[in-house]
Design a protein around this ligand. Structure first.
Ligand code: IYR
Length: 229
């Protein structure tokens, strides 16, 4: 594999792509298994402190890094935080913001939307889960010499990458939470990220606690989300 450099301004140089077709029977069996398995995924807010094999997390990040992105700019940085002191600082800053949010900043409409989820300003998962993955979006490209170039469809690109990350983690038997403390500016400061990066999500990763509970949610059926024309 060639090492990565920005493609910006390069000519179009296509290469052949002919993946083997999966026999239909095999594809149907695999997709049915995947569909059922993904329906078991739940956002978890109560984590065990048990360690997680590091390779599972690295593999999931590598999967996320295969996501399609605007102009193939891969506008993401994954900061994997284990250091307990750094995590304590992140928790403290996140809870300080959330106290203000839940104390009224969100407004009654938003608080009503959150009530069935049982969330509040306490964020023990930020220090309980063995890994804290902070995903940053690169708002623009920054070359080593300090010059910059535009990034396109950053929100969509990083959102797709995080979706693939969550899928990979779940298939590896791990639980995760997409946490978006607001405002998130403190994350760039605590983690000393460069000026082109803004925090996109904080994702605790681990195993659910033995006494973990989740809200009693149902999902929309395929009929409710699919329109066929
Ligand atoms: N960021 C807050 C509030 C929150 C907002 C939404 I939208 C959620 O789906 C869940 C929580 C928090 O993390 O508690």
């Amino acid at each position: 594999m060639m090492t990565w450099t920005p493609l910006h301004g390069h000519p179009y140089e296509p290469i052949p792509y002919h993946p083997n077709r999966i026999p239909v029977e095999q594809a149907l069996a695999a997709s049915a298994v995947l569909r059922a398995r993904m329906d078991e995924r739940r956002t978890v807010r109560m984590f065990a402190t048990d360690p997680v094999p590091e390779q599972l997390v690295l593999d999931a990040i590598a999967v996320a890094n295969t996501a399609p992105s605007g102009a193939h700019q891969q506008p993401w940085t994954f900061v994997l935080v284990e250091d307990p002191e750094v995590r304590a600082r992140i928790r403290e800053a996140a809870e300080a913001e959330e106290r203000i949010s839940y104390g009224g900043r969100l407004g009654e409409e938003w608080l009503s939307a959150l009530r069935p989820l049982g969330t509040d300003e306490h964020k023990p998962h930020l220090t309980d889960a063995p890994y804290l993955l902070v995903v940053f979006q690169q708002r623009y490209g920054l070359r080593a010499d300090g010059t910059t170039y535009k990034h396109y469809y950053g929100d969509e690109s990083v959102g797709i990458a995080v979706g693939m990350l969550l899928t990979a983690l779940h298939l590896a038997g791990l639980a995760a939470l997409t946490h978006t403390p607001s405002p998130m500016k403190f994350l760039g400061e605590v983690l000393a990220r460069p000026r082109n990066e803004k925090a996109f999500a904080v994702i605790p990763i681990g195993y659910p606690a033995d006494d973990s509970v989740v809200p009693n949610l149902t999902r929309k059926s395929l009929d409710q989300v699919l329109v066929r024309v």
